[in-house]
Design a binder for this molecule. Structure first.
Ligand SMILES: [Zn+2]
Ligand SMILES: [Zn+2]
Length: 190
């Protein structure tokens, strides 16, 4: 285990050296190195640090500078991409809300119609409301089922994780198909 200070009792200096003697690693500071070496055993002293020459520091600083630049660029790219995604989601939300609102207004209109009239006359230019009533009379559950389907679609498209899962499933299926094709060609090529 690496130690944070000199092994000599009550010395809290940094351990500059490690000596592998006496079947264990001894950590000593530069003040206690001579004292440690005075014991007559086989010492094997190593530096417990890596020195940084002016050249090393220059090179490292240059690396740090370019990493900082890169990080700034990445930060910009990520922010732009995120903003694009947020805008797409907001646009999608706006479109969805418009669709929902249209349907809402249509239903209100239908309810008004039902209060006032008791038939729909077939004409060349039946209104949306009249067409809707005719369809509903023929198949009363259809609209409700369509709404449920629409809701699922809307949520699915807004849901990032779900979209990612669907995409991954598609990729997996595609790669399995490619693998099969490859095996097929390999069989005939051999
Ligand atoms: Zn010491
Ligand atoms: Zn030693």
């Amino acid at each position: 285990m690496i130690k944070n200070n000199c092994s000599i009792l009550e010395c809290y200096n940094e351990p500059d050296y490690i000596c592998c003697c006496e079947m264990r690693e001894v950590y000593v500071c530069k003040d206690h190195l001579t004292m440690h070496m005075s014991k007559e055993v086989h010492h094997n002293v190593k530096k417990n640090f890596i020195g940084l020459s002016p050249d090393d520091k220059e090179i490292l600083s240059a690396h740090c500078e370019s990493s900082l630049k890169r990080l700034k660029t990445i930060r910009e790219h990520v922010s732009i991409k995120a903003r694009e995604c947020i805008n797409k989601i907001l646009k999608k939300l706006k479109d969805d809300l418009e669709i929902i609102n249209d349907k809402y207004m249509l239903i209100i209109e239908v309810m008004e119609y039902l209060k006032q009239k008791d038939r729909v006359l077939f004409k060349n230019n039946n209104s949306k409301c009249e067409k809707f009533i005719v369809e509903c009379v023929k198949n009363p559950l259809e609209f409700y089922d369509k709404l449920k389907k629409k809701e699922l679609e809307m949520i699915e498209e807004l849901d990032f994780e779900q979209r990612e899962n669907i995409l991954q499933m598609k990729i997996l299926k595609l790669s399995e198909r490619n693998k099969k094709n490859y095996e097929f060609y390999e069989y005939f090529a051999s």
